[in-house]
Design a protein around this ligand. Structure first.
Ligand SMILES: Cc1cc2nc3c(=O)[nH]c(=O)nc-3n(C[C@H](O)[C@H](O)[C@H](O)COP(=O)(O)OP(=O)(O)OC[C@H]3O[C@@H](n4cnc5c(N)ncnc54)[C@H](O)[C@@H]3O)c2cc1C
Length: 460
């Protein structure tokens, strides 16, 4: 009987456990994870806001055990790749024939002056982080500072604002959501964040923390020398949340034969590592962009799950290949839904890719229908071959669905002309009039741009 060990109980570990358990009921499959419960991380901000009770974001273990997988609550401390054994902190060792490493990533706390020993500075990931944040918010809390305005930072800042805390959101990049959208698309999002009372400071990093001898943070000093005062007054309980990136959980493999790159465990397209019988999937891995094959950021659950399914299929002897990160993702600054996929125009410029862009605007429903709101689509095409490289969407409804459509279009190597010819559906409650579609309008604008380029070249 094959002995399988799955290290980690996040989305990657669970996806692999479900597939292996279902398709190989006679295999001996063990999942090892340290935490009491697997978490629905994406919903943590909505618990902080008070919309959901904390237990709602704990997944049921039956997700794993119903597939016949044995669940061990423990932490792996070492893997002996020669004897094929996983050693744990408390329950001894677990031999394996095939191992999947899905140890994920944890929030990065930058090495800032004054951070060590500072109280009420929280990362956002685990159940403990969530409970600590909830406990830190008392009737003496006035202010919350969020460092990093990616998806998590944006959602946490809104959660604090909804709890009537004075909320400051700091972002080092020139605009919010820098990995997802360009500055022009970020502008209405920033306006909305300010409108709901968030003190947004972009283009500024956190330089240091000034704390008293009890570790209570008194000032956050920013990169322009300005500062944010915290905990002013007797017994105040202000808090700081840092959501400024993640690092892979690979420390237990340091010094071993396992090949680890700058952003995680190196795997091939079958998710196999350099060690026979060992696969890795999810946030603990380093992987490449679907678009240009370069190593890329992509620590998302929506990448972790297909990576894990690819690994599980290959562990069962099938041949499957993971095609790379597109990084389709979405967030909300109510009432604006925001999404993006592929490369932004700004990323293309940093990579030296010459692009043509186009924007299209319609409404979410027929404009004559109740509650129709604006939808904006921005498309980014390679200037040389006219292929779609990325897309961004803002709108009141169906944003993630449009992002997914654009992801498929990138995967299908669609060009400007393909998207101009895109066949869409139309219905008064669900789309704009049949006369137009925001994706088609954006492609048409890009096409006009391309046409005027060639005209200029012809007359030159
Ligand atoms: C607040 C928040 C919101 C998010 N929102 C979204 C979203 O909207 N959409 C999206 O796609 N992604 C989102 N993400 C990212 C997403 O949660 C991660 O990409 C995803 O969890 C990665 O899955 P994973 O299984 O690879 O790793 P993880 O979920 O990190 O799981 C790793 C597992 O390995 C375990 N582990 C680590 N070390 C050991 C060890 N030594 N021994 C045994 N087990 C170990 C961990 O305890 C954990 O169980 C969000 C993340 C956060 C924190």
């Amino acid at each position: 009987m094959e002995r399988i060990v799955l290290l980690g109980g996040g989305p990657a570990g669970i996806a692999a456990a479900k597939m292996l358990g279902r398709e190989k009921p006679d295999w001996d499959i063990t999942m090892i994870r340290p935490e009491r419960a697997s978490m629905i991380y994406c919903a943590i901000p909505y618990v902080v806001e008070g919309l959901l009770p904390p237990d709602k974001v704990c997944k049921s273990d039956s997700l794993v055990t119903d597939s016949g997988v044995r669940l061990v609550i423990d932490e792996a401390t070492r893997v002996d790749f020669t004897s094929r054994e996983v050693h744990t902190a408390n329950q001894g060792s677990f031999p394996y024939d095939r191992l999947l490493i899905a140890t994920g990533a944890r929030p990065l706390l930058p090495p800032l002056k004054g951070l060590e020993g500072a109280r009420k500075v929280f990362p956002v990931k685990t159940e403990d982080d969530l409970l600590a944040i909830l406990k830190a918010i008392t009737e003496k809390t006035r202010k919350a500072v969020v460092v990093g305005a990616g998806n998590i930072g944006i959602e946490m800042a809104q959660a604090f604002a909804r709890r009537n805390l004075e909320t400051v959101l700091i972002e080092m990049a020139p605009h919010v959501l820098p990995a997802l959208i360009d500055a022009d698309m970020a502008a209405p999002v920033e306006a909305r964040l300010r409108e709901i009372g968030i003190d947004l400071r972009t283009g500024l990093g956190l330089s240091s923390l000034e704390k008293d001898d009890q570790g209570i943070v008194r000032f956050l000093v920013l990169s322009d020398g300005s500062s944010i005062a915290l905990n002013e007054g007797e017994g105040r309980s202000d808090l700081i949340v840092v959501s400024a990136g993640v690092r892979p959980n690979v420390e237990i493999f340091e010094g071993s034969r396992l090949h680890i790159g700058r952003t995680g465990i190196v795997v091939d397209s079958t998710m196999a590592t350099n060690i026979p019988g060992v696969w890795a999937a999810g946030d603990c891995c380093e992987y490449r962009s679907f678009i240009d094959g370069e190593v890329a950021g992509g620590k998302l659950a929506t990448n972790a799950v297909p990576m894990a399914k690819t690994a599980a299929r290959n562990m069962m002897g099938q041949t499957w290949h993971y095609q790379g990160f597109l990084n389709g993702a979405a967030t909300v600054v109510a009432p604006i839904r925001i999404g993006g996929t592929g490369f932004t125009e700004e990323l293309c410029r940093r990579k030296g890719i010459d692009v043509i862009t186009g924007r299209g605007e319609t409404t979410t429903r027929f404009p004559i229908m109740p509650d129709a709101t604006k939808v904006t689509v921005k498309l980014v095409f390679g200037r040389d071959d006219g292929r779609l490289l990325g897309g961004q969407v803002l709108g009141g409804e169906a944003v993630a669905e449009r992002v997914d459509l654009l992801t498929m279009a990138i995967k299908a190597s669609s060009t400007i002309e393909d998207l101009m010819n895109f066949d869409y559906s139309s219905q008064p409650w669900q789309t704009f009039f049949p006369a137009a579609n925001a994706v088609v309008l954006a492609a048409e604008e890009a096409w006009r741009c391309k046409a005027s380029d060639s005209e200029a070249r012809d007359t030159a």
